[in-house]
Ligand binder design. Structure first.
Ligand SMILES: [Ca+2]
Length: 340
């Protein structure tokens, strides 16, 4: 824009005059490209008013600078302005809902079908109260050889022949890898909200689920002679594992939670704290990881709800397997999301 036009606008001191002159100048010179500088609807309306009501503008002194464009250019400019107005090219208008970026929906939790929901609650451990404040899920069955093979492409088990037997000879480290693979698969399938993950249960989660509100030696009571109905132990196993789900379940619907194979837990082994605890996860480090529930290789007394054993995390043996847990990731540990 030349300095001459600027002085004309200022000399007439008309609020809209300068903008009209400037609009018409741009219509005349660059009817498409330069019109994009108009950022308010009022500017467009002002421009239209000026072009269609030439008398208004003509009432101002005619100078080479503020002369109206010729008729052909004006008609083209009017058509262009009308088109831009009706197609919504006004850059100053408010962003509507249709302009907002579409974010992917947050997945709803869809647990695997063979999981049992465990509600929050408390239980007594070594005379101390343990409180679990969040609901979580436990696998209805031990992880089978078939399930492990499908995900990990290998089957480390000592007892072959039936893929419905529980997987064993799986180390704690490989069990963790399996849980992470399930988490990744279910997350990619859109079945897991960001704050949920599959993992090994903590000892407290395992025992609370096993007990199902009972305070007895076993979840079926204190009568060990009933163990044959609920568990594969050294008394009835014939020194081998058995396909999952053949014995009676616990009151919560958990099969083989006593016996068949022992089950890895998340915790490092340590003596329990001599106090009440909430959502305990065990010590931050250690030498051995805990496994629970007894197995085909030990008598029923070792399958008690409270019994525990431990092994180095890199070791695997033919009487230890795993059971999946589905839990919320504690606040502050969300950095694990996406690393699974
Ligand atoms: Ca078991």
């Amino acid at each position: 824009m030349s300095g001459g036009k600027l002085s004309i606008a200022q000399s007439h001191e008309e609020p809209h005059y300068f903008s009209r002159v400037r609009i018409l100048e741009h219509i005349e010179r660059e009817p498409i490209h330069n019109l994009l500088f108009l950022e308010r609807q009022s500017d467009w309306q002002s421009a239209l008013y000026s072009v269609s009501s030439q008398k208004t503008l003509m009432s101002h002194p005619r100078t080479p600078e503020n002369c109206l464009p010729n008729r052909a250019t004006s008609n083209a400019a009017i058509a262009l302005l009308l088109f831009l107005l009706f197609v919504g090219c006004d850059r100053g208008r408010e962003i509507t809902s249709t302009d907002k970026p579409v974010l992917p929906p947050i997945p709803k939790l869809l647990a695997l079908t063979n999981m049992v929901l465990i509600k929050p609650g408390t239980f007594i451990r070594m005379k101390h109260l343990v409180t679990l404040t969040n609901e979580y899920w436990l696998g209805k069955f031990e992880v089978t050889q078939g399930e492990y093979l499908q995900v990990m492409r290998t089957n480390p088990s000592y007892f072959p022949g039936d893929l419905n037997r529980p997987v064993e000879k799986v180390s704690y480290l490989h069990a963790v890898e399996y849980c992470a693979a399930i988490t990744k698969r279910e997350r990619e399938a859109g079945h897991l909200p960001p704050e949920w993950e599959y993992r090994l249960p903590t000892e407290a989660e395992w025992e609370f689920g096993c007990r199902g509100g009972t305070t007895n030696l076993f979840n079926f009571g204190d009568d060990q002679s009933k163990a044959d109905q609920y568990a594969w132990t050294a008394e009835n196993s014939d020194s081998t594992t058995h396909p999952i789900g053949q014995k009676l379940p616990s009151s919560l619907g958990l099969y083989d939670i006593h016996g068949n194979v022992w089950e890895w837990c998340q915790d490092w082994f340590a003596l329990y704290p001599q106090s009440d605890s909430t959502n305990p996860v065990g010590p931050p480090q250690g030498k051995f990881k805990v496994f629970r529930g007894g197995g085909w290789n030990n008598e029923a007394q070792y399958a008690r709800s409270a019994n525990r054993f431990m092994m180095a995390p890199a070791s695997g043996t033919h009487f230890v397997g795993l059971r999946l847990a589905l839990c919320q990731i504690p606040v502050g540990l969300n950095q694990r999301i996406g690393n699974n």
